[in-house]
Design a protein around this ligand. Structure first.
Ligand SMILES: [Zn+2]
Length: 452
């Protein structure tokens, strides 16, 4: 083997091309194949030599500049049917005009580093990194599935002003799946793939109406808990409506004073500094509805800090009964949702799970776009899963199962016959890539450090 370290390719000395400033712009490596096999066509008829031609294939960089193999290939023609084909060359990726080893380098770098860094490191264009990454993601994740956790949460996240859908392991703060949309068929088909529905003891969801029956259908044994985060958020939304209505009636420069301080109305009283409390008290004194709205907002938050379900249910009834008529209409959404989802909302007091841990996600993903990562949504999902997901590819799943005797059955639920499954999978139909999900804290830290 020669210095190029590619078997069956004979390389001449590299030609270094420099730009007008004397910097290396490109490296060309003239090569020929030494395989020399005569291909056959038409029931074994040997093909005849035709002309030669140079094909350009991108390879691992020699200098910090794009490096191309200029491979002189023999062209062959069939004396029978006239078909022309190139001599077969080893080491070239079948779908990209790059060597197999460069493909592997790029795959590794694209998962490990920001695309821009991966491109610079390998002296290729970002578009090539993305193309390789997309191909790898497609191959490795086309059949990705997660193991359902004890506490499964589902939630909408906003990214680029569009609602996305996230399934997560609430107890451990892992995102298990991110969907591009939140429409019911998409969500349904995802939940349909869960192999161990009976392991889900608690199902956390928001109050999105189309999902009302999903839990019952897919996780009949689970207790449904409406995420407290979404419940208390309604009180802030009501407060904001009160503030807007009052603001319309105000005159002069107080309008601006209220509007400038609109975020203050959404804070909890005890979280404000003395200074903040003072400013807010002055603003609330401007209009009775502001004061009442704020009080009822605070009281609503308080309900969810009570020690028992019974306390909370009683406090809720008092909240409802005592509400002054002047602010009632602003709190309609709460009244309606509490009536509709009440028992599931109060389930929080028996199973205190909330998506608080993953909530900073919303803002984070938007900030990330601004910082110029430039990932598409599918790339973002695929990269996180490939980077952190501890994927067990389908090819290895059988070995994994043999090594962890019975572990997979335990993982996938006691009702599945492991042996029947093994046979089914050996036939090649049922295997899939299994993953543990994305540790949110780690992901957030990497995103903020710009190392994702
Ligand atoms: Zn032929």
């Amino acid at each position: 083997m020669n210095w190029l370290r590619l078997e069956n390719l004979e390389a001449a000395d590299p030609i270094v091309i420099k730009d007008s400033d004397g910097r290396v712009a490109e490296v060309q490596v003239p090569c020929v194949s030494t395989l020399g096999a005569v291909p056959a066509c038409c029931l074994g008829v040997a093909m005849k030599r035709r002309d030669k031609r140079v094909i350009k294939i991108r390879d691992r960089r020699l200098e910090p500049a794009p490096t191309w193999l200029h491979i002189k290939v023999q062209r062959w023609v069939c004396p029978n049917c006239g078909r022309i084909k190139n001599e077969a060359i080893d080491h070239i990726h079948p779908d990209h005009r790059i060597t197999q080893r460069l493909f592997e380098d790029l795959t590794f770098a694209a998962v490990k580093r920001p695309f821009e860094d991966a491109a610079n490191l390998n002296a290729v264009e970002v578009t090539l990194v993305k193309r390789v990454f997309d191909a790898v993601a497609e191959e490795k994740l086309s059949d990705y599935r997660f193991v359902a956790p004890r506490v499964l949460g589902v939630d909408e996240k906003w990214l680029r002003k569009r609602p996305r859908w996230v399934a997560y392991d609430v107890e451990n703060g892992f995102a298990l799946e991110l969907l591009q949309g939140r429409d019911e068929p998409t969500v349904r088909s995802l939940l349909n793939q869960v192999d161990n529905p009976f392991d889900v003891e608690v199902f956390c969801q928001d109050m999105h109406w189309p999902y009302a029956h999903l839990a019952q259908e897919f996780f009949p044994d689970a207790t449904v808990v409406i995420d407290k985060f979404h419940v208390v958020k309604m009180a802030n939304e009501a407060m904001d409506e009160v503030r807007k209505a009052v603001q319309k009636k105000l005159q002069g420069d107080v309008v601006l004073r209220v509007s400038n301080r609109r975020r203050l109305f959404l804070r909890r009283w005890e979280d404000l500094s003395r200074e903040g409390q003072d400013v807010l008290a002055e603003l609330l004194a401007l209009d009775d509805r502001l004061k009442l709205g704020y009080t009822w907002k605070e009281k609503f938050f308080d309900i969810f800090e009570l020690p028992t379900r019974r306390d909370a249910e009683q406090a809720w009834m008092r909240w409802l009964m005592d509400m002054p008529s002047s602010i009632k209409s602003f709190f309609n959404a709460i009244r309606w949702n509490m009536k509709t989802w009440g028992p599931l909302i109060f389930n929080y007091f028996d199973h205190r799970y909330t998506s608080g841990k993953v909530e900073n996600f919303n803002g984070l993903l938007d900030r990330m776009n601004l910082m110029g990562y430039g990932y598409t949504f599918p790339q973002l999902r695929a990269k996180a899963l490939l980077k952190y997901g501890n994927l067990i590819p389908k090819a290895d799943l059988r070995m994994f199962m043999q090594e962890h005797d019975g572990a997979l059955a335990a993982l996938l639920g006691p009702d599945l016959d492991e042996r029947a499954m093994l046979e089914d999978r050996v036939e090649g139909t049922g295997w899939y890539t299994l993953g543990s999900g994305i540790p949110m804290a780690q992901w957030v830290a990497d995103l903020e450090a710009r190392s994702f």
